[in-house]
Every structure is written in structure tokens, then in C-alpha cells.
Design a protein around this ligand. Structure first.
Ligand code: ARG
Length: 281
């Protein structure tokens, strides 16, 4: 029987591997193969939509501090995320025949989460701002902006000019930060990650006003006697909401748009909005 030393076996194995690599690495034209799975033109072979269907679940990213869009509510003694965005997300999951998993996070982390594949889609009252590095569905809901102030200041703050030079709050990473900056001169902008923290600041007179979509401002004013909405809206500051997905997933957007069309046409979206407002206490 022939005896090989360990080194000889190792060298032999390396030689075999080298031959394999050399053969696999080049085709008959001498070109280097990049990736055998990759078909020309498309950057992804398995689409996000196929991935979701294969996993049997779709992961929603949201920021549940935005009643009636999405908020926490105790149901049967259990903390639950509810709201009309959640109802729409449930319908999307149902139409795709998959489970819905919800991830609640800070609003300014949502785009990052999409791009890192931590979530598959986002419904968070998100305005399809072209500066956001994601793709958007069509708009499924439109709202104006609301300005929440302390009831004490109701006679002091009546017009936009009254807010010039004042301490204004807006949620971090939202279009409300931009609106504040463009509409209110000399403002002292305070951006915080969570809406309830901004609301507290107004209650305790640490800031003078906070901007958010009007239905949300109304929901907070209803819950707190010491908060009231200013009677003003900003021009051209519509906060339409759309579903966001990672860029480059046209089939997923197409599916979502079809579902949104159906829910808007048959009155479901309107119904979810009314029901969500009723759930705000
Ligand atoms: N519509 C605004 C935006 O897209 C604010 C949305 C805030 N949403 C939330 N769930 N906190 O910037």
C-alpha cells in the first residue's frame, strides 16, 4: 500500500481545487463568469414578492405613535398596534396569502430598515417625498397639516406670523421638519423621535407648537384637555400617505397598487379611517 504524507495529501487537494477553480472561472470565450444565477438585465433573480411568498410572511415597518394611522391600544388586556394603516397592511398580507408581522420603530429608522431588508414594506402615514431613497405606491390617503398648541396660548398664537421665532417641534425625519423650516421664519426647531414626547413638550410649555398631520393633531387634542389645534393650515403642505418598499421591486409595488385601488374603490379605506378614529380614546 502507498503511503502519503499529510503534506502530500494537502498539496494534492490544493492542486485539484486549483484545476476546478480554473475550469469554472472561465468559459470558452475566456471571459470570467460573474454569477451563474444572474440573468442579463435584471439585478435580482428572486424578486422580493417571490421571497415574501416563499417565506409565507410579510414584515411591516411602522411607527405606532400616529393615531389614527397607527397607535398602541390595549385590547383584551393586551397591547396591540391598531389604526387604518394596519388594516390596509392586513389586507395586503391577506391578498398575498401570507402572515403579517409588525415591527414598530422610530419613524426616522423606517427607510433604513427597508433598505437593510429588516422590513418588506412600510405604512406609517409616510408622504411619498421624492428625496426618500425608496419606491412608493400610489397615495391612499390625504391629509392637511395641523399645529398643536397649549390651550393657554390660544389667544397668543393665531396666525403663522405669531409662530415666527418660536420653539417649534416636529418628528425627526418627517416632512413636518421641512414644512416648519420653510413656513416659519427664525424658528427654533426641535426634532424628537417620538410624537408623544413632542406632545409632552407642548403640554409643559417647553415648546410652543408641534406640527403633524391634522387627523393626528386632532386625536391628541381630543385626548388632552390642555391641547388645542391652531386654526391654520400651510399652503401646499399636503401629507398624502403611500406605501414604501425598497427600490427596484416593481412587481411588489404593482401588487400593492392593485390592492390599494380595490380598497379605495369599495370604500374600505374610508371605513378603516372612521373605525380607527373611533378607537382613539
Ligand atoms: N407624513 C409625514 C412624513 O412622511 C409624517 C409621518 C409620521 N408618521 C408616523 N407614523 N409617526 O414625513
Amino acid at each position: 500500500m502507498m503511503k502519503f504524507s499529510k503534506t502530500k495529501i494537502l498539496l494534492l487537494m490544493m492542486a485539484v481545487m486549483l484545476v476546478l477553480v480554473a475550469c469554472g472561472g472561465t468559459d470558452t470565450n475566456g471571459d470570467v463568469d460573474v454569477d451563474i444565477d444572474q440573468d442579463q438585465g435584471s439585478e435580482q433573480t428572486v424578486s422580493k414578492l417571490d421571497e415574501i411568498k416563499a417565506a409565507g410572511k410579510i414584515v411591516l415597518g411602522t411607527s405606532a405613535d400616529y393615531p389614527p394611522y397607527e397607535f398602541h391600544k390595549e385590547i383584551d388586556g393586551k397591547d396591540t398596534i391598531v389604526g387604518f394603516d394596519i388594516e390596509i397592511a392586513k389586507e395586503i398580507a391577506k391578498a398575498l396569502d401570507v402572515e403579517l408581522e409588525i415591527k414598530d420603530m422610530d419613524f426616522d429608522g423606517l427607510i433604513l430598515a427597508l433598505n437593510a431588508d429588516k422590513v418588506d414594506f412600510v405604512l406609517a402615514g409616510m408622504t411619498p417625498d421624492p428625496e426618500r431613497d425608496v419606491d412608493f405606491s400610489k397615495i391612499y390617503y390625504r391629509a392637511l397639516q395641523g399645529v398643536l398648541i397649549n390651550t393657554e396660548n390660544v389667544d397668543k398664537f393665531k396666525t403663522v406670523e405669531d409662530l415666527y421665532g418660536k420653539r417649534i417641534g416636529a418628528q425627526k425625519g418627517t416632512i413636518q421638519e421641512k414644512i416648519a423650516e420653510s413656513e416659519i421664519q427664525d424658528l427654533d426647531l426641535k426634532g424628537l423621535a417620538k410624537i408623544p414626547d413632542l406632545v409632552l413638550e407642548v403640554k409643559h410649555n417647553k415648546i410652543d407648537a408641534v406640527i403633524m398631520e391634522k387627523p393626528v393633531a386632532e386625536a391628541y387634542a381630543d385626548r388632552h384637555d390642555d391641547l388645542i389645534l391652531m386654526d391654520l393650515t400651510f399652503e401646499d403642505a399636503e401629507g398624502g400617505s403611500a406605501v414604501a418598499v425598497k427600490r427596484g421591486n416593481p412587481e411588489l409595488i404593482e401588487e400593492i397598487n392593485k390592492i390599494l385601488d380595490r380598497l379605495m374603490e369599495d370604500g374600505s379605506v374610508d371605513k378603516y379611517v372612521v373605525e380607527a378614529i373611533e378607537m382613539v380614546d
